[in-house]
Design a protein around this ligand. Structure first.
Ligand code: C2E
Ligand code: CA
Ligand code: CA
Ligand code: CA
Length: 276
């Protein structure tokens, strides 16, 4: 038994070492990628549910990896955040987003902001500076933050959001419903829209239907009372679109309307069926 115990702990050590090496590797890889500016935004449309008109896009981080192609954040965001590299990565990405906005003049673009990053001393000033340098209308940029980022230091978060809003940059509350959802705090922040987390939208189909429907309804009622817009995330089916529309959710985002893609060339005219 003793020998087996040691085997097990040796194996455990080995696994730990392998995991540590993998993370170190990834971190070194990330540092090189920052040097090469190897990150690019993919853009996913946000539409008005009633008629499908594209009102904006969310910019989503992709790492153009030499070996693995365009990597989504699930592969590396955790390491980015733990190592503090996320700030550098995000600023490189925001530069690209803002440059893209200068060429494509329709709708707004929302960018994701990590909580720690949001609370960095010069976040608002720096963001406003890159918008100004690129001569982009600040009203076309929105930031997506999570409830955690607000509640970390509420007075400070409110100051940052107010500074940005004064210049035209509005805030969307991401993944709404998954955090504390302490509803009482919401009115203290200038929030333009709640993004209803995709888990609730997915839940609208299948066994969790009744529960999810009740939750989505409650979120929509709350938003309505506070005069906040709503965006349903992860809309994949026509059924979900219809449910959301029926419940009064004005906007949506998801594979049903379009996947994140490397570039959106203006608004591509939809092929019209020939008139008969
Ligand atoms: P998020 O902000 O909640 O972004 C939505 C995620 O859902 C994206 O994953 C998007 O590709 C995916 N998605 C969109 N429509 C659908 C759908 O219909 N079905 C399903 N199953 N998924 C859908 P992605 O691009 O892998 O990003 C994951 C997360 O990484 C984001 O979640 C966000 O928290 C973070 N992230 C993305 N870009 C950035 C960035 O530039 N900076 C920072 N700090 N974080 C980012
Ligand atoms: Ca987001
Ligand atoms: Ca989200
Ligand atoms: Ca998320």
């Amino acid at each position: 038994a003793k020998a087996r115990g040691r085997d097990r702990s040796e194996r455990f050590d080995e696994e730990m070492r392998a995991e540590a090496m993998r993370l170190l590797d990834l971190e070194a890889d990330l540092r090189r990628a920052i040097q090469r500016d190897a990150f690019e935004p993919h853009f996913q449309p946000i539409v008005r549910l009633a008629d499908g008109v594209v009102v904006g896009h969310e910019a989503l981080l992709r790492w153009k990896h030499e070996l693995h192609g365009a990597l989504p954040p699930s592969e590396f965001l955790r390491v980015c955040e733990d190592s503090g590299l996320i700030e550098q990565v995000d600023w490189l990405l925001y530069q690209r987003v803002v440059a893209w906005m200068g060429r494509h003049l329709e709708g707004y673009v929302s960018i994701n902001v990590s909580p720690r990053h949001f609370h960095a001393d010069d976040f608002a000033e720096r963001l406003l500076r890159i918008i100004g340098d690129a001569r982009v209308d600040p009203h076309r940029l929105r930031i997506e933050i999570t409830e955690g980022a607000l509640l970390d230091d509420a007075p400070r978060a409110a100051r940052i959001l107010n500074t940005l809003r004064a210049e035209g940059v509005l805030a969307l509350l991401d993944d709404f419903g998954t955090g504390f959802s302490a509803l009482s705090y919401l009115h203290r922040f200038p929030i333009q829209a709640l993004k209803i987390d995709q888990s609730f939208i997915a839940g609208l189909s299948g066994e969790t239907h009744a529960e999810s429907l009740a939750l989505v309804r409650a979120i929509l009622a709350l938003a309505g009372t506070l005069g906040i817009d709503t965006i349903g995330e992860g809309v994949e089916t026509e059924h979900q679109r219809q449910l959301l529309t029926g419940l009064g959710c004005a906007y949506g985002q998801g594979y049903l309307f379009g996947r994140p893609v490397a570039q959106v060339e203006g608004r591509a005219p939809k092929a019209r069926p020939a008139a008969v």
